[in-house]
Design a protein around this ligand. Sequence first.
Ligand code: ADP
Length: 175
Amino acid sequence: MQNVKIEVIQGDITKQHVDAIVNAANTSLLGGGGVDGAIHRAGGKAILEECRTIGHCETGEAVITTGGNLPARHVIHTVGPVWSKSNAAKAGELLASAYRNSLRVAVANRVQAVAFPNISTGAYRFPKEEAAKIAIREVKDFMTKDASIKLVIFVCFDDANYKLYQKTLQDEGAS
Ligand code: ADP
């Protein structure tokens, strides 16, 4: 991949100075716990107002709003799947869609630098190792085909995800 970069950091996604940060939202778009709550708290009410107007987002889809008071210009809200043993295969497809559709929305809005949280690996219980593989695979595939995104930062909140992402990227010889 030429002139494009994938980075992994450990930190708080609300602090990222990028064109867009991605939110692991829920289908109501009305905010929740985890990264969703942190983004709405830091970004202020302009984000929630736009979310209310949009009204709904299907699992695996993505929508975009202002970044409000955040350093990022936009928030791309995507909805990851709730994982369970009995729906693991379907959940994997939906997680891949969430990453892909977020990137599509980013491109449509001329976003060049985007930060992702570890979608579905909190309250939605997606196994972290598998989620990291899917996230990195989808982002790499997308960036190979469409070079308009120049930088993707995976912002890992917890130690386990940070280590997994570093390892997964290294194993694949990426970045
Ligand atoms: P989901 O419902 O999609 O599982 P969560 O918000 O519960 O969403 O968790 C998704 C990931 O976001 C988890 O790995 C969690 O540790 C992480 N996270 C929580 N707060 C933040 C934050 N401020 N910045 C980045 N990641 C965060």
